[in-house]
Design a binder for this molecule. Sequence first.
Ligand SMILES: [Zn+2]
Length: 112
Amino acid sequence: MHEMGSTAKVKSLEISDDGVVTVEWGDGHRSQYDPKYLRLNCACAECIEEWSRRQLLDPATVPADIRAEDYLMVGRYAVQFLWTDGHYTGIYPFKMLRSLCRCRPCQDAKGK
Ligand SMILES: [Zn+2]
C-alpha cells in the first residue's frame, strides 16, 4: 500500500553519548545531526520571527557543547528536543528534520 510521506517518518531516534542525534527514517535512510546545528535551526517563535522568518536566535548564545538532553515525540509528525541551554519550545516536524539532513544524497535531492 502506498503510504504518504513515509520518507518523513521517524522510525527511531538516538542521542549518543557525544550528543550526535541519529534518526532512522521510515524509508531506511539514516541522518546524523550535530546537536548545535539542530539547535541553531530551531524554528520556534522564540528563535524565528514568524512573519519575516528572520532569525531572532543569536547563534553566539548557543554553547558549543550544547546537547539534546531528551526528546519527545509530538503526535506522529514532529519531535521536540529538550536542550541543555534550557530551550524546549522548539518543535521539529519530521519533514523539516529530514530537510536538515546534510548527507550527500539529501543535499543532491534538494538541489534539484
Ligand atoms: Zn526555538
